[in-house]
Write a protein that binds this ligand. Structure first.
Ligand SMILES: NC(=O)c1ccc[n+]([C@@H]2O[C@H](COP(=O)([O-])OP(=O)(O)OC[C@H]3O[C@@H](n4cnc5c(N)ncnc54)[C@H](O)[C@@H]3O)[C@@H](O)[C@H]2O)c1
Ligand SMILES: [Zn+2]
Length: 381
């Protein structure tokens, strides 16, 4: 088992990463000196696999549990689900020392965390992430919230969990497409912070795609370490935390214009990161070879790296980017890579450069010729 610390003074906590950790959840929670009662919030896909194991482990340590099952999927991340959770918590008389266990992917984690942040003005919660994306990203850092009809994550809070337990065995039942989407965030950590991790991913990708535990464990732990370090320095996104948004300006816009239907988040930010790499090579110093390595890794991971938009979709994409949170003074602000492992953030990028990058990631047969003097003949597919 590996442990990563998130250092936030009195709000510090541990992330545990390993195989079979669900069975120890009771003793782990007992050490936190929480109340006796606890609500497990999960969804209808995850609960049949793991809820009983979690309930048994908690009961063995003397906790009384209730199980709240929500529908699966992004649409469950709503105020209606929050209301339903509040009602059930109140009905079962959960009080200030009671706690919540979020058992599921990022949807359950964000929602259960928001319920924990607000019920009785805040009760403790424990994250038990069961998707790769949730293990390396959403369960760490304390951003919790739900969606409104007007957009994603428009209501939320910062509420740090008391513990994060990443049981790698839970990933075995995750559908392949969801697993690959999580890899987009894993690759992101290499690009923004750790060239050695990026190289390791290039080398170990086949085993990683097979979910081999001894390959997966150090990689998930390294991603958590990077997220913990960034969050430890900038809990509420005043600065550095923005680097976690590499590839997300275009990614979020793509998700929005496709009405959250066509792409999973990981797929959208895969395209977004390739586009951000192209922009980086024009203005931030990333070499064309590095852009190719980035593109190739996403493609090998089974993620999309191309995008073709007609002029109407292009306009929609720009409009969506402007609605995103990273706009100031009319320009979209980007996280850009200087080289693999080093990024800068808050960079205003003119529309023309974004357009040029979008052309560069158009499918090969529809891509315009490279500008004169800029031979890109070494581009790999
Ligand atoms: N709080 C943050 O910092 C942060 C960061 C990134 C993303 N997010 C949020 O995370 C959410 C996406 O999370 P996600 O990608 O984990 O999606 P998700 O929670 O919807 O899970 C994906 C699908 O897999 C199913 N599933 C989960 N674990 C499973 C398992 N072990 N076996 C079988 N099926 C399983 C779920 O029921 C769901 O159908 C978005 O709402 C996003 O906004 C939050
Ligand atoms: Zn993301």
């Amino acid at each position: 088992m590996r442990t990563v610390n998130v250092s936030l003074g009195s709000r510090s906590y541990e992330i545990k990463i390993g195989q079979g950790l669900l069975s120890h959840l009771g003793s782990d929670c007992a050490r936190l000196e929480l109340g006796k009662r606890c609500a497990i919030i999960s969804d209808r896909n995850v609960a049949p696999h793991f809820a009983e194991r979690v309930q048994t482990a908690l009961a063995r340590a003397g906790f009384e549990t209730i199980l709240i099952k929500l529908p699966a999927g992004e649409s469950a991340k709503s105020l209606a689900s929050v209301q339903s959770c509040y009602d059930q918590l109140a009905r079962h008389r959960l009080e200030r020392k009671s706690f919540i266990v979020a058992l599921g992917g990022g949807v359950v984690g964000d929602l259960a965390g928001f319920v924990a942040a607000t019920y009785l003005r805040g009760i403790p919660f424990v994250q038990v992430p069961t998707t790769l994306l949730a293990q390396v990203d959403s369960s760490v850092g304390g951003k919790v919230g739900v969606n409104l009809a007007a957009g994603k994550n428009l209501v939320g809070a910062f509420h740090q969990p008391r513990l994060v337990v990443c049981d790698l065995a839970t990933l075995e039942t995750l559908p392949p497409r969801e697993y690959r989407a999580g890899l987009a965030e894993v690759i992101k950590y290499g690009i923004i912070r750790d060239p050695a991790l990026f190289e390791q991913l290039e080398h170990d990708l086949p085993a990683l795609l097979e979910r081999v535990p001894k390959t997966l464990a150090p990689i998930v732990a390294r991603c958590c370490e990077i997220k913990a370090e960034v969050v430890g320095q900038d809990e509420t996104e005043g600065g550095l935390r923005a680097i976690l948004n590499f590839g997300h300006s275009i990614g979020h816009a793509l998700e929005a214009i496709s009405k959250y239907g066509k792409y999973l988040h990981g797929e959208a930010i895969s395209i977004g990161q390739v586009a951000a790499a192209e922009i980086s090579s024009t203005v931030a110093g990333l070499t064309p070879q590095e852009v190719d390595r980035i593109r190739r890794l996403f493609v090998r991971a089974g993620l999309p790296a191309e995008l073709k938009l007609n002029s109407k979709q292009r306009q929609e994409l720009f409009d969506a980017m402007r609605l995103d949170k990273k706009v100031a003074g009319g320009k979209v602000h980007f996280v850009l890579a200087r080289k693999l492992g080093t990024v800068i953030w808050g960079e205003p990028v003119p529309d023309a450069l974004i357009l040029h990058a979008l052309d560069r990631i158009a499918p090969r047969n529809s891509r315009p010729a490279a500008p004169p003097g800029k031979s890109r003949s070494n581009r790999a597919g």
